[in-house]
Write a protein that binds this ligand. Structure first.
Ligand SMILES: [Zn+2]
Length: 218
């Protein structure tokens, strides 16, 4: 990791996406943090125009900063959709300054928005891992889980209802409270079919039991 003079309010450290730049001192909103710098590439020069890497910072149609040099500490700053810093671009001076747009506390990771073009090309295909997007994904996962649980509960209620409908018939031989309560189920015809059903499936009969009792007591 690059050595950074101790008078600077930041250090390079491990972030969720690899390396990142972290505040070591409070940084006030509006304060200049670090310059994004590197060789200037001229798009009119074929050799310059052929250079391709993830750290190209386009100033305008003609000029691009090649920030891939190791000494460009700003290249460690990760993208965030809700960042605490911004890239302040001065095309005429061919300069980019990373500036705080919020008060940044020691330990906070410093982020800025890389912009739509970069996002589309490099971030979207792999999924943005910034705090805001992770939070959004977490919320979506929780909602999906809740919906799944809701559907499962609904299906269970339906199954219980159906079981309860059939339960009094199945219990004909040994009249239970609920069977007695429903007098018309006590005829012989019902008993026959109930016996057949019981023989077919002992499990479902067992499963029906608790429901009968709860119905009877209700
Ligand atoms: Zn994001």
């Amino acid at each position: 990791m690059p050595a950074i003079p101790s008078n600077k309010p930041y250090r390079v450290g491990r972030s969720r996406t690899g390396l990142g730049l972290f505040a070591t001192k409070p940084i006030k909103k509006g304060a200049r943090i670090v310059r994004y710098f590197g060789p200037l590439l001229d798009s009119r020069k074929e050799k310059d125009d052929a250079i391709e890497n993830k750290y190209l910072f386009e100033l305008n149609n003609r000029w691009t900063i090649d920030g891939s040099v190791r000494t460009n500490i700003a290249r460690y700053i990760n993208h965030a959709c809700k960042p605490n810093a911004e890239s302040d671009v001065k095309p005429r001076k061919r300069k980019v300054i990373i500036r705080a747009i919020k008060n940044i506390e020691p330990g906070d990771e410093i982020n800025y928005d890389y912009g739509t073009d970069y996002f589309k090309e490099y971030i979207k295909p792999i999924g943005c891992k910034c705090v805001a997007c992770e939070k959004k994904r977490k919320k979506q996962r929780a909602e999906a889980r809740a919906e799944k649980a809701r559907l499962k509960a609904k299906a269970e209620r339906k199954a219980l209802k159906q079981a309860a409908k059939q339960a009094p018939k199945a219990d004909k031989k040994k009249p239970s409270k609920s069977a007695r309560a429903n007098g018309k189920l006590l005829n012989g015809h019902g008993a026959k079919s109930a016996a057949g059903r019981t023989a077919k499936s002992g499990i479902s009969r067992k499963a029906r039991k608790p429901r009968e009792q709860s119905r009877a007591s209700a």
